[in-house]
Design a protein around this ligand. Structure first.
Ligand SMILES: Cc1cc2nc3c(=O)[nH]c(=O)nc-3n(C[C@H](O)[C@H](O)[C@H](O)COP(=O)(O)O)c2cc1C
Length: 313
């Protein structure tokens, strides 16, 4: 059976993110893959309304879907997307991060949370890989959360990111066509995606530039100072994407992020690591709902805010 690869673009028609995505998909097609491509701009996608009925259902052992399923195109896209061996996302950078149409799409994926659904036995595990392309007018400095923002949306649907590329300094429509290196790199991404799918699941690993980013676990380029977590776990330095914990060390005049022994305890790129987050939700949110006194306190205190209104526009 042919390898199935889907491309998801979010930028202007026939412009930079579409072009790079198509180049990557051409490489996949050349390798014999069955290729599908969409641009999110062609679909009706509503914002998550935050009702959490999907996760409330999951906590009761049921897969109830999303209350917006019949109202827009999210479900239709997800049915195709989750039936792939690989997905390549190509998204313009707006205000340092992925464009909002992509984020609207991605943040509707809570009802597809694979760690939750697998934990309750509602779905079978499926191994998929992903490639990420961020496209911006500037250098890394003005795309500082672009790839990291895309990476952060991969966990919910359990996409293993095997390659990422940051296309810099291409602000104009289709301007990327002037940059043969970027086009060649996108082609390479397509080849990497096929290579990853053809590799046995347990041996699949990172295929992008070896030294990309700070984090040796997920290759993000973003670290933060760690703070005490809900269960007392504390890392001096954390990867802001995968949650790996450790410290900075100097080696041959260069700073390195070294992951400590228990530093992958809550690695968000794995189903096991994300399942730890389920424990946190059960503790924090579950604890709130479990104690009837909490609701009474909230009901009393909320009047100050419900009754107070300000002039709108
Ligand atoms: C609202 C808006 C915000 C933008 N913000 C950034 C930015 O923060 N950093 C950057 O590098 N490029 C930024 N850009 C430039 C786009 O990322 C760039 O034009 C890109 O090529 C668009 O991709 P497309 O051609 O696939 O639509 C911005 C563009 C728009 C319209």
């Amino acid at each position: 059976m042919a390898i199935k690869v889907m491309g998801v673009a979010a930028g202007r028609k026939d412009s930079n993110s579409e072009i790079l995505l198509k180049e990557a998909l051409i490489a996949c097609e050349e390798a014999g893959a069955e290729v599908t491509m969409i641009n999110l701009r062609d679909y009706n996608l509503m914002d998550c309304i935050g009702c959490t009925s999907c996760t409330i259902g999951m906590s009761q052992g049921k897969n109830v879907g999303c209350v917006l399923d019949a109202k827009d195109d999210k479900k239709k896209i997800m049915e195709a997307l989750l039936n792939q061996d690989a997905v390549i996302y190509s998204v313009p950078t707006y205000d340092l991060m992925p464009a909002s149409n992509y984020l609207t799409f991605a943040q509707r994926s809570l009802s597809y949370e694979t760690a939750f659904l697998e934990t309750i036995g509602a779905i079978e595990h499926r191994d998929r890989v992903a490639g990420l392309i961020s496209v911006g007018g500037s250098t890394r400095a003005w795309q500082s959360m672009a790839l990291e923002g895309l990476q952060a949306t991969m966990f919910t649907t359990d996409m293993k990111v095997v390659d990422m590329m940051l296309a810099t300094r291409v602000p104009g429509p289709s301007q990327v066509l002037l940059d043969d290196e970027l086009i060649a790199r996108a082609h390479k991404m397509g080849e990497n995606i096929i290579k990853a799918v053809q590799t046995p699941v347990e041996e699949r690993g990172w295929l992008g530039e070896e030294n990309m980013g700070w984090c040796p676990n997920c290759h993000s380029n973003a670290l933060v100072l760690g703070e005490m977590q809900w269960d007392g776990l504390h890392y001096p330095i954390e990867c802001q994407v995968c949650g790996a914990g450790g410290t900075l060390k100097e080696e041959n005049g260069k700073w390195k992020f070294v992951i400590q022994k228990d530093g992958l305890l809550k690695d968000r790129t794995t189903v096991e690591g994300r399942a730890k987050h389920l424990e946190e939700i059960a503790h924090t949110q579950g604890g709130f709902f479990a104690n009837p006194e909490n609701r009474e306190i909230v009901a009393k205190k909320i009047t100050r805010y419900k009754e107070k209104t300000f002039k709108g526009i």
